[in-house]
Each structure stands twice: as C-alpha cells, then as structure tokens.
Design a protein. Structure first.
Lengths: 307, 362
C-alpha cells in the first residue's frame, strides 16, 4: 500500500467533481420538499437526464446542448409525477418509486445504442493566471462550468428561499397548504413549478455523471446517487448550505475510497465500494437521533381543495 | 368544470376495476411504443401476453416458467404489502432477497457434501433469518432513532450487492471452480441442498409452495387476526390506531421483519433452484418488481397472487419477444414501470367521485 500516492490537492479537486451530481440533485429536491412535496423519483429523473444528456451530447458534439436537454428531460419526467400527485392525488411515496422504476426502464431503452461510445469533452474553465496558482488554482479555478453552476445554484436557492417573495410563498405552501390556499396562493401551481425545477436539477446532475464524471453511458449508471441526494436533504435539515456541506462530504468519501482502492489498501474492494452507502446510513442515524428539525409541515401530504 | 369529490371510503367496484383498466391502458400505450420502435404492436402484445401460455412450440417450455418467476414475486410482494398498508415503506427487498440467498446458501455449503435431509430445512430457516436480519437494520434504526426506513432499506441494497460480489469471489467461491467467481451449483451438484421441481413440467418448487402459503397466511392475518387489523388501522387512521393502543414500534418491527424474512426466503429458494449458485449477478430485480406487484394487487393477498402471475407473464413474454421480434429487454422494464403509473393515476377513481359542475358565477 502506498498512501503517499494520494495527492491531497487533487483529492479536493476531484471531490468537487464527484459531489457535483449529488449537489445538483439534492438542491433541486430540497426546493421540492420545501414546497411540501416528497418526490422519491430523484434516481429516475437523474438517470433520465444522464441518458438524454449523453445522447444529445454525442449526437450534436456539444456537451452544453446535452446539459440543456438533460434539464428539459428531467423536468419532463418530473411532470409525470407532478400530474399524478397534484391533479390525480396519488400517493407521493408510491408515485416517486414508480418514477424511479420508470426512469430506469426508459433510460435503459434509450441508452442501448449509445453503450460504449465516448462523450464530447466539456472544456474546463481555465482562467488564466488564477488556475496556475499553487494549491488554490486547481481547487478553486480549474473546474468545468457546471461545477460553478451548481455552486451558484446553491446561492440562488438560499437567497431565493430566504429573501424573495416567491421563496416565501413556496415555503408557505410547504409549511401549511391549507393556510396558503386560504390566502389565495395557487398551491398546486407552486408545487408543479417546484417539481419541475427539481426535475431539471436532477437531470443536470445525471448528465454530469454521464458527460463528465464517468464519461460514458452504461445501464444503471447513477447507481443510487439519487437516493443519496434524498438522504442529503434530510441530513441538511432542509438548509441549502448544509446541502452543500453534505454533498461535498459525500463526494469526499467516495473519492477517498476510490483513491484507497487505487493505492491498494488491504481492505477488499467490495468493502470500500459499499462504504459510501454505509456512511450515509450512519450519518442519517446521527441526524435523526436529534429529531427531525426543519421538515416542512405539509411534506408528503396531498392537497385537495374541498368545497 | 370537473371537480373531484372525496368518497367516504374507497369504492369497492373501482378498486377491482382499476387494475384491469391500468393493464389495458398499458397495453395500448405500450403497443404505441412498440409501434414507434418499428414493431407490429398487435404481434408484440400477443407475443408477450398470449404466446408464452398458448403457443404450440413455446408454450410447453414457457408455461412452467410462469410459476418459477411468479413464486419469488408473490412471496416478496406479500411481505411488502403488509408494511405498505401500514405506511411502513420497505423498498430494500432486493437487498433482503440477496442476503437470504447468501446466508441460506452459506449454511448449505458449510455441510457439503453431506446427504442429510435436514440440510434443506436448515437452509430455509437460515435464508429467512438472513432476510429478516437485514430488514431489522432499518427497522431497529427507525424504532430507536426515527431514521427514515425508505432511505436506509434502499441503501442496504447497494451494500448487499457489494457483499454478494465479495462472497461470490471469496468465502463462498467454489473450491473446485478453477478460480472462477461463483459458488458450487446447489441445484446440480448438491442434491441435499437443491430446490428442484416438485412435479415435473409444472415449474412448481418449494418457493412456489411457500408463496401460496404466504398468500393464505396473509389473507387470514389481515381479515381475522388482531395484528392484521392493527396493520390496516394504522394505515387508514394512524391517530385512531395510537389511541386504541397499537404500539407503533412493534408494528414497524413486525412489518419490516416479516417482509424481510419472506424476501430472504424468496432469495434462498431462488439460489437453491432456478439460479443454482451464488454468483455476482444473482440480484435480478425481483425485489423492485415486487413493489409493482404489491400495488397492482391492491395490497390484497389474492390480488397479489394474480398480479404476480401477470407480472411473471410479462417477464417470460418479454424474453420471448426479445428472442422472436428483437424487442429490447429494457422495453419490458419500461412497460412494467408504465403499468404502475397507470395504476396510480387511476386510483383517483376509487378514492374520488368525479362531478361535472357548471362554472360558478363570480
């Protein structure tokens, strides 16, 4: 075993890359849950985004178009969930699971012809001078645009939820939909918009896996990333900054275990690759042992205006 | 204007009719999808739903497969339905299925090449225990710390899959297998541990028998037993359940434990019979498809029995369509996902009444 082969600077830089898909999906899901909707279909939307982004990226040769298509694809499948849960008042847990199973099937079908292809390369945002700085350069200034987009999104969501009128309405709908309805807010419309936003973010996250992180299409590519994003929202107690923290912690664990695998640690590979999931469970236990702080009041309940 | 009016209790008629409608709608939309893929929709639907049972050449081969595939689906779905009724969501049945197979096969392999008749019963108990123990992890964490059982049970699927890979290449690897991953073949090389067809040509093995017993057991439990009543009450009126003295912790552990044990059993019967060995790709997705089966069967034991057979048919028919018409395997997966969507969408008809009203004057 040779631990000195692990370079801490590269580790942090690759941690950010590993965390980005989960961060995107988790910040989107957080907004959805803030609106009072529990969408368990993150995994399904992510993998749909992954395959759509990859297909469009390969066919057009432009990763940017791939990402746009992935966001649209994720939003489109999220609307299936939206219509079912908001208009047809179906059970959110069951429908979310259905969306995941549906997305896995859909992506496998679309992705079949693309197996084994290589994706176009997403250029890094090489900022002159800054990215050549020692230590800080590769960590802060040597990434591709989507990494920065995900960070900007965290800031926007934090600001939007906390200070904007729209954010206030969204939180009101999520905390108590009857009261929000009585005040004249369109509960279902707000929720549908939140669900579409969550779908677009999950789609982007999925495309980041297929276009940048891996970069290839294989069936079942996301391998539970969507579920981990859901766990991170709980870990974060529905706060944007802690979503960022959670996603980067998780990215750190998964990069570290890959590095340890490569360094030839005496632990078998299988035990290292299960470690991110085990650690997620352990973290969830710690968080829930302190009680569920910050869960929106109407989370997971259907809204039906009677009368 | 269309308005939905909540029914005081779900309509019994629509509860039975909606699954049938959902299957029909899936066939229509699925047919359109097959047509878009350049296949003859009618021929494809016939190949999936009719040929496996009644085709002259394929029928005799595929009919036994119906029970082989339906057995684990029904067994797992029966367990899941208990929890789903009470609002306890075990979605990690795939992991419990894998752990049941590993533990059960491990116990059997430990006694190789004994010929004792006690080996198979011991494996059955060990398989159920493996699944039960794996499901107890989310159960105990939920009871002790309030951890979300959906996320924990799902995470444990990935842990179980890693474990399976480790076992197939390490501890349980066939010592005579020349280094190839995968355990000894229980069905072929170890008669005392094998779960073979009981009546030749039917596909009936011990797992199918267990599935039928589970259906009867669940039916009696839900309609005649206090515990079944508490399960139903907790799902329909959680507050009333608490006031009437239902202990949520006990119910959570019961529901998760039972569904885990049944999934573990399904895994054991599969590994000792149709699959034959512990191998890296043993996990087959039954644990996830069983979720669809449970909902399609309306969480009712008899419904699940029928839904399991139908879903098994789409598996076999899907393979046949893959072989005969070159239909991609993923199309069937999508088809099954679509079925769940249609079913959930049509649920609105059993829970709500649709009223047409004139727009009110402002």
């Amino acid at each position: 075993m040779d631990l000195s082969s692990i370079n801490p600077i590269l580790l942090i830089a690759s941690l950010m890359v590993a965390a980005t898909p989960i961060l995107l999906a988790a910040i989107g899901e957080m907004v959805v849950e803030k609106a009072g909707v529990l969408n368990l279909g993150v995994e399904g939307m992510m993998i749909t985004g992954a395959v759509v982004g990859f297909a469009i990226g390969v066919n057009t040769g432009s990763p940017a178009l791939g990402f746009i298509a992935a966001a649209l694809g994720g939003a489109a499948v999220s609307m299936l969930f939206g219509v079912l849960t908001q208009y047809l008042l179906s059970n959110q847990v069951a429908t979310g699971l259905g969306l995941t199973l549906f997305g896995l099937g859909l992506s496998a079908l679309i992705g079949k012809p693309y197996e084994g292809m290589k994706s176009p390369v997403l250029q890094k945002l090489d900022i002159p001078v800054l990215s050549d700085l020692p230590v800080v350069g590769p960590i802060l200034f040597g990434h591709d645009p989507v990494v920065y987009l995900s960070l900007i999104l965290v800031v926007l969501v934090w600001y939007g939820l906390k200070f904007s009128r729209a954010g206030l309405i969204l939180r009101a709908v999520g905390e108590n939909h009857e009261a929000a309805h009585a005040l004249g807010y369109k509960v279902i419309r707000v929720r549908l918009m939140a669900i579409a936003f969550g779908g677009a973010c999950a789609g982007l996250g999925g495309a980041y896996i297929s276009l940048v992180r891996v970069p290839q299409w294989v069936e079942g590519l996301t391998a539970g990333a969507g579920w981990i994003a859901l766990a991170i929202v709980v870990f974060a107690s529905w706060r944007p900054w802690r979503v960022l923290l959670g996603a980067y912690l998780f990215g750190g664990v998964s990069v570290l275990q890959l590095n340890l695998q490569a360094a030839g640690l005496a632990i078998p590979v299988e035990y290292l690759s299960m470690s991110p999931y085990v650690i997620t469970i352990v973290v969830l236990v710690f968080i829930s042992a302190r009680g569920q702080h910050g869960a929106p009041g109407s989370l997971g309940r259907s809204f039906h205006a009677s009368g | 204007m269309i308005r939905l009016e909540k029914r005081p209790s779900p309509s019994r008629l629509w509860t039975v009719v909606t699954p049938v409608l959902a299957v029909l709608a899936t066939m229509i939309v699925g047919g359109l999808m097959f047509w878009a893929m350049g296949k003859d929709p009618f021929e494809t639907i016939r190949t999936i739903f009719w040929d496996p049972l009644f085709h002259e050449t394929f029928g005799p081969y595929s009919r036994p497969q119906l029970l082989v595939k339906a057995g684990p689906l029904i067994l797992i779905a029966i367990g899941l339905s208990l929890g789903f009724r009470a609002g306890i969501w075990n979605i990690g049945a795939e992991g419990q299925y894998i752990m049941g197979a590993i533990v059960g096969a491990g116990v059997g392999l430990a006694f190789y090449p004994s010929e004792s008749i006690l080996i198979f019963p011991a494996m059955v108990i060990a398989g159920a225990f493996g699944g039960w123990a794996w499901a107890m992890i989310p159960g105990l964490l939920k009871v002790k710390f309030g951890t979300n059982e959906i996320l924990v049970s799902l995470m444990l699927v990935y842990v179980a899959e890693s474990w399976l890979a480790s076992m197939a290449q390490g501890l349980l690897r066939n010592p005579d297998g020349m280094g190839f991953p995968g355990s000894r073949n229980l069905a072929r090389d170890f008669p005392a541990a094998s779960n073979l067809e009981l009546i030749s040509g039917t596909g009936m093995h011990w797992g199918v028998v267990a599935a039928f017993i589970a259906v009867i057991f669940a039916y009696v439990l839900l309609s005649r037993h206090m515990l079944g009543f508490q399960v139903r009450l907790t799902g329909e009126a959680p507050r009333a359940a608490r006031f009437s003295g239902v202990k949520p912790a006990r119910l959570i552990l019961f529901c998760l434990g039972t569904s885990g044990a049944l999934a573990g059993l399904a895994g054991l019967f599969e590994v000792a019979g149709p699959a034959g060995q512990v191998s890296i790709d043993f996990g087959s997705g039954y644990g996830f498809t069983a979720i669809i089966v449970a909902f399609l069967g309306r969480l009712h034991p008899v419904g699940i029995l029928l839904a399991g057979l139908l879903m098994a048919l789409t598996y076999i028919g899907g393979e046949l369509a893959q072989l005969m018409l070159g239909l991609p395997g993923a199309a069937i997966q999508l088809f099954q996902g679509m079925l769940l969507f249609f079913l959930l969408a049509m649920d609105v008809l059993s829970n709500y009444r649709i009223r047409l009203t004139k727009p009110e004057a402002a």
